[in-house]
Design a protein around this ligand. Sequence first.
Ligand code: MIC
Ligand code: SF4
Length: 646
Amino acid sequence: MELTLSEKIIKNHLVSGEMIPGKEIGIKIDQTLTQDSTGTMAYLQFEAMGIDKVKTKRSVAYIDHNMLQSGPENADDHLYIQTLAKKHGIYFSKPGNGICHQVHLERFSVPGDTLLGSDSHTPTCGGMGMLAMGAGGLDVAVAMAGGEYNILMPKIVNVELKGKLNKFCSAKDVILEVLKHFTVKGGVNKIFEYTGEGVKSLSVPERGTITNMGAELGATTSIFPSDERTLDFLKAQGREKDFIELKADEGAVYSEKITIDLDLLEPNIALPHSPDAVVPVDEVRGKKITQVAIGSCTNSSYNDLMKVANILDGHTVHEDVSLVISPGSKQVLTMIAENGALAKMIAAGARILESGCGPCIGMGQAPSTEGVSLRTFNRNFKGRCGTPSADVYLVSPEVAAFSAIKGYIAGKEDFDQRVNLDIEMPEKFLVKDNMIVSPAEDGKDIEIIRGPNIKPFPKSKAMEDTMGGRVLIKVGDDVTTDTIMPSNAKLLPYRSNIPYLSEFCFSPVDENFPKRAKENKGGIILAGKNYGQGSSREHAALAPLYLGIKAVLAKSFARIHKSNLINNGIIPLTFKNAADYDKIDMMDELLMEDLLNQIEGSSIVVKNVSKDYDFEMDITLSQRQVEMLKAGGLLNAISIMNKREK
Ligand code: MIC
Ligand code: SF4
C-alpha cells in the first residue's frame, strides 16, 4: 500500500498498536532533546527511574531559556543538568551555543529518525524529514530510559506547495497562511506533510520555520521530504553521511489537502493575541510600533539574519523603536560576525542579545506599558512578552526589519526593491562544536551537583473510588499553558521549585486561584475548547497537582497538555454536551462516584451537588491511560509494572 512519509517513519518505529487514525500507538524514539526550563524536571523524573545511561541513539540537553542569571537559581540548574548529562550519557549544549531547535537542526537532526523533545517546538526538525514531536518532560524521561512514546495515530494532512515565493515573502508567511486556514485548534492529532514542486525552493532552515510554527496549529508534528536541498544542508554542515532520501509514495492517501500557491502569497501578520489571527500585513500598515524583536527558534537562522542585515544596511533604526536581535545559534552568530552582517546590524542601532530564547519567553526586553511589539517569534499570547498591556504582532524577519527602520508596521509600499534578499545557503557552515560537551564513557564516579532551588516534584496518588471537589476556576476556549503556569523573568528561575511556582498558577486571569485551591483542599478546573494549548511545560499540570487539582472538565484538550495531566494523575474529561459547561458555576461542588469502575467505560456520571442534577462526561482515554490514572500517574504505573516483572 502507498504510504505518506509520516506513515513510513511511524511504521519503521512502531512498537505497539495499529496505525489506524485515532487509535493509540507506541513508537520508538531515536533521539531526545531537553531545554533547561523543562529539563530540570525531566531529569529529576529520569533519575527517579534509576537508569544508568540513556538508551536512545542520541540525547542532548540544551541551555537556552533561563539565561538571565539574575540570582544563583538558573546557574545552579545549569550545573545540575550539566553534571547529570555527563553522568548519564547525554550531550550538553552550553548556554550561548544557541536555541535547542536551531542547534539540533544544524548539528544533530537525521532524516527518518524520531525525535522527542521537552519543548513544543521540537517539530522544527521536521524540516529535516525527521518525525519530531514535543512532549512533557516525563514522556521525554521515559523515552531516554528506552520506553516507547504513545500518541494517537494522527490523521495526515497534505499541504501542497506550488510555485516559488516572491521577493518579500518568506517561509513565515507560508505557516501564517496555514494557521489562518486551520486555526490554533485545527491541527490536534494531525501531522502536516508538505509536498509539491514548491518544496524544492525552500532550504532546510526555511522548512524548519514552517514545521516549527506548525506547533501553533496544535499539530502532532509537521514534516518535509528529505531531498537534494536536505543533502545540500547536511553537506554544508559536514554531515552528508546522515543523508537518506525520503518522500511519500506516489498515490499516498491523505485525510485532507490544501494547496498554497507560493507565487500568490502576500506578507502576512498575526494580530494580538493569537498566532492564528492572521491578515495580510498591508491591512495594518502604518501602525506605530515601539519595539521590534528578531530571533527565536522560528526565525533566527543564517538566512533570516542575512536578510535582516541587508535591509538594515546603511539605515538607522527609527528613533521611537527598540530593535533587539537574538541569533539562533553560535554558528549563526559567528558567521554573521565574520562576514560583516553583524556590524551592519549594530551600525543601524540594533541591540544584540546572546543566542538563546530571550524575549520570546519573556526573559528580558519586555515592551513598555501598552507598547506595540513586532516580533518574528511564534507566539503572541497576551502577557507572554512580560507586559500584560502590550500588543504583540508576529511577522517575517523581512517585515520586521523594514518596520524597524520606518517606525511603523511596514507594508508593500515600504519594501525597498534594491535590497538583496536572495541569500544563497553557504557551501560550508562554520562548524565548531566546542560548546557541546560530550558525556563521560563511564559516569559512575560523576557527582551530580544540586542547588538549593531544586525541590522534589509533587507525586500523585492512586485514584480513589469517590472523587469530588469544588470548581475552583472556570475559563473559556484556547487557554494556554502560559496562562495556567506563566513564565517570565521572575518565574522562570523557579521551574525546579513547584511549591514556589504554584503560588502563581493561573495568575494572569485569577490571582486568588492558589489561595482558593488551598482553602478548599484542591478541586476541579472547568475549561472550554483546546485547553492547554501552547507550551509543553509539564508545570501546567504539576502546579495544579501540587494545589490539589483532581480533574479538568473541558470541551476539548490540546494534545501535549492532556498527556501531561494523565501522566501526573489528573483526570481529563470532555463534555458530552457543551451546554453542560454553561450550567456549571464557579464553586459548584461536583462529585464522581464508583470512579474505578466508571473510568473503564466511555462516559462518566458527574453529580452537581450544589445544583442537584447529574450530567455525563466523555472519557477519551486509552486502556493504558486508564491504568495510569488508576495508578496515580506514569511514574507510579512504571513502578507497579517493574514490581510485577520482578
Ligand atoms: C515556549 O515557547 O512556550 C517554551 C518556553 O519554549 C515552552 C517550553 C517551556 O515552557 O519551558 C514550549 O514551547 O514547550
Ligand atoms: Fe525558545 Fe521561544 Fe522557541 Fe520556545 S518558542 S523554544 S521560548 S525561542
